[in-house]
Design a binder for this molecule. Structure first.
Ligand SMILES: Cc1ncc(COP(=O)(O)O)c(C=O)c1O
Length: 391
């Protein structure tokens, strides 16, 4: 009975069932070819993704695949040649990887607050945090919606800064640069470098780890390619210190099968988000995700804010307990700001207080979001949310 079907936070098996023959064939082709590392499947996928992102002969977008989204961020900052002590402004309300690479490279993360409606980095806070040591801004397009790239690119130009866009959660999302713009600029292609992740649960996910950098700068593209391959462009010649960070051919082949479906996948997520809105928007304790009209949201996550500003985590804890007993999965992205994580305890890495971030970490909860969600499943989920909020 459908009523009793298990619910999933992400339904990778259901999605695979629709493309199984193609995926199986693509994987077999790689295995039979023996070209597991830097094989034709990787080159083909990079070329296809670049076209998908809007690359043209006049304005090419270079795609540099690598092993995961964290490495993509690391390679980006290595390619920019930032030095220890250089400051990078980034949000604290994000996944650890964003800030981790800044610390790993000996750069100084300067964490600022986010907008309480969009969850994305607040450009006013960015401007206030700029110092003579600032070298880059690292916005995160959180949950699938673009940060205010008009403001961020404006600040970057004014102060001569690089912009690295963390697009791990927002591939296919877009940003309207100004009110007159009739087209969206693709997330990850607006800054100096864009990075993304192909972690299985991402909007374009492989069946293992994967990631990529995007850039319009041909010299940076060449450097990124070298960095991801031990600083080398010619076998046993190493011009730079690099990494072993390559997308493997099997993942590239799977991603190549999934790429033509990405627009449809993002549409399915948007449709599911709209259905959740209809089911939950009227609830007095729930704030449904705000749509910034300038961004084309791709709903990597569908995240509710519970209760009122300043509320502690108790209401969410009660809801979480109810959802668990009801068999409804959920996620809390993120329960603790990065600036309060032990890994950053030694760093004076916060530009002032971050009240919005701290408040959101007590009140956000994400509901199942994937390409296989149906209205029936969502009614069950929304009923459980309502019941959990009244208990
Ligand atoms: C915002 C953000 N940045 C970076 C990453 C890192 O990606 P990966 O897990 O592929 O290393 C993730 C992954 O969850 C993410 O959500």
């Amino acid at each position: 009975m459908i009523k009793d079907a298990p619910l999933h936070m992400v339904d990778l098996k259901g999605q695979y069932a629709r493309i199984q023959d193609e995926v199986d064939q693509a994987v077999l082709d790689v295995i039979r070819s023996g070209a597991f590392i830097q094989g034709p499947a990787v080159k083909q996928f990079a070329a296809d993704l670049s076209v998908w992102l809007g690359s043209t002969e006049q304005k090419p977008i270079h795609v540099i695949p690598c092993a995961n989204g964290t490495d993509a961020l690391q390679a980006a900052f290595m390619a920019l040649g930032l030095k220890p002590g250089d400051e990078v402004i980034t949000p604290s309300f994000t996944y650890i990887a964003t800030v981790e690479v800044i610390g790993l490279l000996g750069l100084t993360p300067v964490m600022v607050d986010v907008d309480p409606q969009t969850f994305n980095i607040d450009p006013v806070a960015v401007e206030q945090a700029i110092t003579p040591r600032t070298k880059a801004i690292l916005p995160v397009h959180l949950y699938g919606q673009c940060a205010d790239m008009t403001a961020i690119l404006g600040l970057a130009e004014k102060h001569g800064l690089h912009v690295v866009e963390d697009t791990a959660q927002a591939i296919g999302s877009g940003w309207r640069m100004d009110a007159e713009a009739d087209a969206f600029s693709m997330a990850g292609t607006m800054g100096t470098i864009g990075t993304t992740s192909f972690f299985p649960s991402k909007n374009l996910g492989g069946y293992g780890d994967g990631g990529a950098c995007f850039t319009r700068d041909v010299a940076l593209a060449e450097k990124l390619r070298m960095i991801c391959n031990h600083g080398s462009r010619k076998r046993y010649e190493h011009e730079l210190i690099g990494m072993n960070s390559r997308l493997d051919s099997i993942q590239a082949a799977i991603l190549g099968v999934k790429l033509p479906h990405l627009r449809g996948y993002n549409e399915a997520r948007r449709a599911a988000a709209n259905r959740y809105d209809d089911l939950l928007d009227a609830h007095p304790l729930v704030t449904v995700p705000h749509r910034d009209g300038r961004s084309d949201h791709v709903f990597h996550q569908y995240t509710l804010i519970l209760g009122e500003e300043g509320d502690g985590p108790e209401r969410r804890d009660a809801l979480a307990a109810h959802l668990t007993t009801s068999g409804v999965p959920f996620g809390i992205y993120y329960p603790k700001p990065i600036h309060q994580q032990g890994a950053f305890a030694d760093l004076d890495a916060v530009a002032g207080a971050l009240p919005v971030t701290e408040d959101l970490t007590n009140r956000v909860i994400s509901l199942p979001m994937h390409t296989e969600l149906t209205g029936d499943l969502q009614v069950r989920i929304a009923d459980a949310v309502r019941a959990g909020l009244s208990s």
